[in-house]
Design a binder for this molecule. Structure first.
Ligand SMILES: C[S@@+](CC[C@H](N)C(=O)[O-])C[C@H]1O[C@@H](n2cnc3c(N)ncnc32)[C@H](O)[C@@H]1O
Length: 378
């Protein structure tokens, strides 16, 4: 049988479907309780663990020679990948892209490039020991000539009970600008597991932009408003940006200001998305274009049972459609790695999965997110 690996040695059939947790959106608002649940296993462990000497009893140190071997394999892979992608993306003024996506099965790391900074994440294995992630990161940094103060570590734990979930990593407040084609976004690589920008959605943003002209656009679970910027740049008549975190609503406004797009046609709403939808429906409000990208799990104030995307997406989409204009468009996305769509019975004109078009070429996990284009009935 021929080896399916491509010129970089990546397996093009790799979908990332192993025991890894959801890859991203390990988010919480500043007012929000931690969102977690079965299968949503990303956790931020204190940075000190990376160099700490202690180890769980009975866990053997990952052998130094094997650590060095993994680090060398990763560095070699990332060097080749960077040479290719940095040229490719520089032509389009794209500063943020994925350099490594667990391509070598035994090196369970993800490496992202953010305008000369590296975010190196390890899917922690107990046998790896405390110095493993640092060794990987050092090797990648040396291979690409990135100084140590531009290397940002993330440990993502698989399974339950391995550490505080979604806890802030730091409180530097340090944000800097990155480019995505002719848009700019503020990112913070130190304080949270997520950075303020999800580069895996850059082509989804381009798609929203391409259809936004003269529309009223609604961005639900908007995070830092990158999609609002895309719609505004595409000529949306108005936008509404909804997130329950005031930190992210403010950040979304900062992103609009940064791009010279801020104006009275843009509204920032700090609210629970479902409460917002219920109110908007009662007020008879409608939007032509809606982007809805909920977290996999989310708690709601005053409600015992939190949001679970697998269970609750049909109900959420019904509420979204109730505020979508006849003939309007909904883009629905999730990064839940075990998402099972249940769209039967939704009163829509059509539903088409467009994931293959929205996941960019730098993501080896071809389902880092999944995305559907829903056209409402006319
Ligand atoms: C998956 S991220 C959205 C990513 C965003 N669409 C993007 O691509 O940049 C989840 C966001 O949902 C927000 N969120 C979580 N639960 C919420 C809720 N019940 N209502 C409104 N926002 C919520 C979080 O604060 C976070 O900003």
């Amino acid at each position: 049988m021929s080896d399916p690996r491509d010129e970089y040695g990546f397996d093009p059939n790799y979908t990332g479907e192993d025991d890894a947790p959801d890859d991203r959106r390990a988010l919480e608002g500043d007012e929000a309780p931690a969102a977690s649940g079965p299968g949503d296993g990303a956790a931020a462990l204190p940075a000190a663990d990376d160099r700490g000497a202690s180890r769980a009893p009975g866990v053997k140190a990952f052998d130094a020679a094997r650590t060095a071997e993994h680090a060398a394999m990763l560095a070699n892979r990332v060097r080749k990948r960077h040479a290719h992608l940095s040229r490719r993306f520089a032509r389009e003024s794209i500063d943020c892209f994925r350099l490594y996506d667990r391509d070598i099965p035994e090196v369970r790391a993800v490496v992202d490039w953010y305008a000369g900074h590296l975010v190196v994440a390890e899917y922690v294995r107990r046998q790896h020991g405390p110095g493993y992630l640092q060794a990987l990161a050092d090797a990648v940094a040396i291979a690409l000539g990135v100084p140590a103060d531009r290397v940002h570590l993330r440990r993502r734990a698989t399974g339950q009970g391995e550490g505080p979930r979604y806890a802030p990593l730091a409180d530097t407040g340090h944000r800097f600008e990155v480019r995505e084609r002719d848009l700019k976004f503020l990112v913070n690589l130190d304080d949270r597991l997520d950075t303020g920008l999800f580069p895996d959605h850059r082509d989804t943003r381009a798609r929203v932009r391409s259809v936004a002209s003269a529309t009223d656009f609604l961005n639900l679970y908007a995070y830092t408003g990158a999609f609002t910027c895309a719609a505004a740049a595409g000529g949306a008549r108005s936008t509404v940006t909804v997130d329950r975190s005031s930190t992210y609503v403010d950040w979304a406004k900062d992103n609009l200001v940064l791009n010279g797009l801020w104006g009275p046609q843009h509204r920032m709403v700090r609210a629970d998305a479902e409460d917002f939808l219920d109110r908007a429906r009662l007020e008879g409000r409608q939007w032509d274009l809606v982007f809805v990208d909920p977290p996999s799990f989310s708690n709601r104030k005053g409600v015992d049972v939190g949001f679970d995307i697998n269970r609750d997406h049909p109900d959420l989409l019904r509420r979204v459609l109730a505020v979508t204009a006849p003939g309007g468009t909904v883009l629905f996305s999730t990064n839940h790695q075990r998402f099972t769509p249940r769209f039967e019975g939704l009163a829509v004109g059509s539903i088409e999965e467009i994931t293959a078009q929205t996941v960019p070429e730098d993501y080896r996990n071809r389902q880092v997110h999944r995305c559907w284009l829903i056209l409402h009935r006319k």
